[in-house]
Design a protein around this ligand. Structure first.
Ligand SMILES: C[C@@](CO)(OP(=O)(O)O)[C@H](O)COP(=O)(O)OP(=O)(O)OC[C@H]1O[C@@H](n2ccc(N)nc2=O)[C@H](O)[C@@H]1O
Ligand SMILES: Nc1ncnc2c1ncn2[C@@H]1O[C@H](COP(=O)(O)OP(=O)(O)O)[C@@H](O)[C@H]1O
Length: 276
C-alpha cells in the first residue's frame, strides 16, 4: 500500500504587521500569508506503534524526539493512535517560513486521513503553534489575531518566490521580545490587487515589523536582502532569517536563484510559484 503523503508547504509572510500585545505576552498580527509550492514531505504508514523518522537536507538540525512538533501533533489528534510517520526535512529549521508549523499542519492532514477522523477546527490547533491554523489551510490568507483569525483576500496575480536563508537560526520569541514598537498600523487591504505591478506597489507600502529586530540579531539578513535587491520586492518572512524576492514568472525566479547561488554558495536558495 502506498503511504499517505502530504506536502508541508513553506509559509511566507508577504507582509507582517505587529499591531499590539495581549496581556499574556502574545502579539497581535496582521499579515498577508502565502504558500510556496515547495516544502517538507510527510508520509504516514500503518504501524503498531507511533514513530517518527527523519531524513532530508535539514534533518540534522532536528531530533525525532517527543519535542518534535509532528509527534506532539499526532498525540493531540488522537491519544494512543499509532502510525509510522516519516518527515523529509527540506526547509531550514527556525527560519521564518513555518517549518515546524507546516509540519504540524501536514501531519494533521495526513493522520486525519490515516485514522479517518475529522480535521480539528483552526482555533483548536493554535496551541501547537500560532502558524498552525493558516498552515492547515495552506492557502493565501489574511492572518490576524495571534494567528488564529483567517480571512480570504482578493485574488493575487500569478507570481514566483525566490527564498534565501543564510544558515542562521533565529529565535521567534527573542525577536518578539526585542521589538522597538508593538503598536504599528494594520494593513490597508484593497478591494482588488490588479496585475503584478499593482500588487508590488501595494506590497511596497506594507512592512515586516520584525525585520529590523531580526537584522540586529543576525546582521547577515541585510546581506540576503541586498543579494535579492534586483527583484521588484525583497523582504524578510516571519521572524527570519529567510528572505524572499517576489518576481513575475519562473524565468525571472530561476535566473535570480542562480545568481544568488553563484555569489553565496553556502546559502539555501529555492525558487517556487505561489500556490493559487
Ligand atoms: C512570527 C510568525 C509569523 O507568521 O512566524 P515564524 O517566524 O515563526 O515563521 C508566527 O507568528 C510565529 O508562529 P509560531 O512559530 O507558530 O509561534 P509559536 O510557536 O506559537 O510561538 C513562539 C513564541 O513566539 C511568540 N509569539 C508567537 C505568535 C504571536 N502572535 N505572538 C507572539 O508573541 C511567543 O513568545 C511564543 O512563545
Ligand atoms: N518538525 C519540526 N520542524 C521544524 N522545527 C521544529 C519541528 N519540531 C519542533 N521544532 C522546533 O520548533 C522551533 C521553530 O522552528 P520553525 O517552525 O522551523 O521556525 P519558524 O516558524 O521560525 O520557521 C525550532 O526551534 C525547532 O527546534
Amino acid at each position: 500500500m502506498k503511504p499517505i503523503s502530504e506536502l508541508a508547504r513553506a509559509k511566507v509572510n508577504l507582509s507582517l504587521h505587529v499591531t499590539g500585545r495581549r496581556p499574556d505576552g502574545y502579539h497581535m498580527l496582521d499579515s498577508l500569508v502565502v504558500f510556496a509550492e515547495i516544502g517538507d514531505r510527510i508520509e504516514v504508514e500503518p504501524s503498531s506503534t507511533l514513530s517518527l523518522t527523519l531524513d532530508g537536507p535539514f534533518a540534522l538540525g532536528l531530533a525525532a524526539d517527543e519535542d518534535n512538533l509532528v509527534l506532539r501533533t499526532a498525540r493531540k489528534l488522537r491519544a494512543g493512535g499509532t502510525a509510522a510517520i516519516h518527515l523529509q526535512k527540506n526547509l531550514p529549521v527556525a527560519s521564518g517560513i513555518g517549518g515546524g508549523s507546516a509540519d504540524a499542519a501536514g501531519a494533521l492532514r495526513a493522520l486525519a486521513r490515516h485514522w479517518d477522523v475529522p480535521l480539528p477546527e483552526a482555533d483548536g490547533v493554535a496551541a501547537l503553534g500560532a502558524d498552525v491554523p493558516v498552515c492547515m489551510m495552506s492557502r493565501t490568507r489574511r492572518m490576524r489575531g495571534i494567528g488564529d483569525r483567517l480571512e480570504a483576500v482578493p485574488t493575487l496575480p500569478p507570481a514566483w518566490l525566490v527564498l534565501v536563508n543564510p544558515g542562521v537560526a533565529v529565535s521567534t520569541p527573542q525577536i518578539f521580545k526585542s521589538l522597538e514598537s508593538v503598536h504599528n498600523p494594520a494593513m490597508n487591504l484593497p478591494d482588488r490587487f490588479g496585475g503584478f505591478g499593482g500588487f508590488i506597489d501595494w506590497l511596497q507600502a506594507q512592512r515586516n515589523d520584525m525585520q529590523a529586530a531580526a537584522i540586529r540579531q543576525a546582521p547577515v539578513i541585510e546581506d540576503v536582502l541586498w543579494a535579492l535587491s534586483s527583484a521588484p520586492l525583497a523582504r524578510m518572512s516571519g521572524s527570519g532569517a529567510t528572505c524572499f524576492a517576489l518576481v513575475p514568472d519562473q524565468q525571472a525566479a530561476l535566473g535570480l536563484a542562480d545568481l544568488v547561488r553563484e555569489s553565496h554558495p553556502t546559502w539555501w536558495v529555492a525558487a517556487a510559484p505561489i500556490r493559487d
